[in-house]
Design a protein around this ligand. Structure first.
Ligand code: SF4
Ligand code: SF4
Length: 504
């Protein structure tokens, strides 16, 4: 019974969390966000004291239930393990000696690197973030592909309830990392049960250490046990030493598989005040990827030639010195010290302006979110990412606060502007600027040309995104290392319009 309850809760948890990540239409209930907040590392980074206390209490009471019903990556490994059971009905685990040096070594290295400001290691190994990247980069495009297929099929029957969505891969680098993680984790789950959780996962090692002292535990009654070893063959954590009637509680993930396996009724999950010392025991993604790679091979040399020609013609390339972190992330430093690159914000950003960084923030910030204006710009009234982040890496902003949060400042390059180069009319940048940081001033022959006021710019990138100048944009946004307060928009004074008397 306990096992069935655990499986039911775990499946609900996995389904809701996955849906929250892949939900492009924004129909997931807002309460789902709570599930991201009770993930251990996000709760620690956001200093979410309530969640931390609940998770610690759960562990001290019931052992590693976090790993069996809360952590989506743990549950995903159970899914892989279940699938392997379908193919290999007589699969058997066996007791393995613990690899404490490796697991606590990794935990120590991740913690040390984090406090030295190198968060990449934590982002790479932390289970919730790994799952987030897999869901955002792999499951989401697959879900969108399924949606498009269903839309086409329904269209044949004149049913237009669904709509087509564009399938995009936000960053090839993150896509590759997510794909490799998915393969490795699924393979480990398929072949070796919870090996990842008990050798590599820093959260598993930390909770494993604490769960040695938990109140409720899987216990073997020596008087009933005949050391047949059936329980050990069912233990996906390979932590039951049936010969010595011992369970390694630091590795037990409370899956309860062993409870139902014992014919002698010698295993139970109950409580005792004895401490551990007394009980010490031993498609579409692929197609897009191929398309992007193939297109890259052809277009990169062409683009390079175009850029060189443009430079020779007096145009200027803009190189951003500082990436733009999402509004509410306070500063690049704050983002880097709180973000574990779960990509929830990237996945839920409706304007597609967030994408995982490569080395823009430096090596320590690989895969962390930054604003990129190739496929969109930051909607002036949108606060989704700031309301979404469970880690406190992007702090909540109201619409009014966001309107004054300056993530970067506009930079205009006259030589690239098509009004200057071709004596033609434009002004797209000014039309798209929500703050009037770009306005048009008289130029010549009745034309107007942009003029910028960086103080009231919020760095949304609307101007950069729409600027038609090629190959170099004429207007760009330089990031702020620390987000500043933009000056409020100047209200246009209503002109007194004097209505002339018509005189009759
Ligand atoms: S100048 Fe550009 S980046 Fe700045 S607020 Fe206007 S559109 Fe946004
Ligand atoms: S959109 Fe670009 S090309 Fe057009 S006016 Fe603005 S800066 Fe110049």
């Amino acid at each position: 019974m306990l096992r069935k309850i655990r499986i039911a809760i775990a499946l609900i948890m996995l389904s809701l969390l996955s849906f929250y990540f892949i939900d492009f239409a924004g129909i997931a209930p807002v309460e789902t966000k709570l599930l991201t907040k009770i993930q251990l590392v996000p709760a620690l980074l956001a200093l979410n004291i309530g969640a931390i206390i609940i998770l610690l209490l759960l562990t001290f009471l019931f052992g590693r239930v976090y790993c069996s019903v809360i952590c989506p990556l743990g549950i995903w490994q159970d899914v892989a393990e279940f699938i392997s059971g379908l193919f290999k009905r007589k699969r058997k685990y066996k007791f393995l000696p613990t690899r404490n040096l490796l697991r606590y070594g990794i935990l120590g290295a991740v913690t040390l690197a984090f406090f030295l400001g190198f968060t990449f290691l934590l982002s790479l190994l932390e289970p919730y973030s790994i799952f987030g990247r897999i869901a955002s980069n792999i499951f989401r495009p697959l879900y969108q592909e399924g949606n498009n297929l269903l839309t086409t099929i329904l269209g044949w029957f004149n049913n237009y309830k669904l709509y087509m969505v564009e399938i995009t891969i936000r960053s090839i680098f993150s896509f590759i990392i997510a794909g490799i993680s998915l393969l490795i984790i699924s393979f480990m789950g398929y072949r070796y049960g919870r090996l990842y959780c008990n050798t590599i996962c820093p959260v598993g090692s930390l909770l494993g250490f604490l769960s040695k002292y938990s109140l409720f535990k899987v216990r073997i009654d020596k008087n009933k046990c005949n050391s047949c070893g059936v329980c050990a063959t069912k233990c996906k954590a390979s932590c039951i030493n049936s010969k010595d009637h011992q369970v390694d509680y630091s590795r037990c993930v409370t899956c309860f598989n062993c409870l139902e396996s014992c014919k002698k009724d010698a295993i139970s999950y109950d409580w005792s005040l004895k401490t551990a010392a007394n009980e010490k025991g031993p498609n579409s993604g692929r197609r897009s990827f191929m398309a992007v790679t193939g297109a890259g091979l052809i277009t990169i040399p062409l683009a390079k030639a175009k850029n060189t020609a443009a430079l020779l013609n007096g145009k200027k390339a803009f190189k951003r010195k500082q990436p733009l972190s999402p509004p509410g992330s306070v500063s690049a430093e704050h983002l880097l010290s709180h973000c574990t690159a779960c990509h929830l914000c990237v996945s839920r950003c409706p304007s597609h302006v967030l994408k995982p960084a490569f080395t823009e923030y430096g090596l320590g910030g690989i895969m962390q979110p930054m604003m990129s204006f190739e496929e969109g710009f930051c909607n002036y009234d949108c606060t989704v990412c700031s309301q979404t982040c469970p880690n406190g890496a992007i702090l909540p902003l109201t619409k009014e606060e966001k309107h004054l949060t300056q993530t970067g400042r506009v930079v205009f390059t006259l030589e690239n502007c098509i009004v200057y180069s071709y004596d033609t009319d434009c002004g797209a940048c000014s039309e798209h600027c929500p703050t009037q940081a770009v306005t048009m001033k008289p130029y010549k022959d009745g034309l107007t040309i942009p003029t910028v006021d960086p103080d009231i710019c919020v760095g949304c990138g609307g101007c950069e995104y729409v600027c038609p100048a090629e190959p170099f944009k004429a207007i760009n946004v330089e990031g702020n290392a620390v987000q500043l307060e933009a000056k409020p928009i100047k209200e246009e004074k209503e002109k007194d319009i004097k209505v002339e008397d018509f005189g009759f």
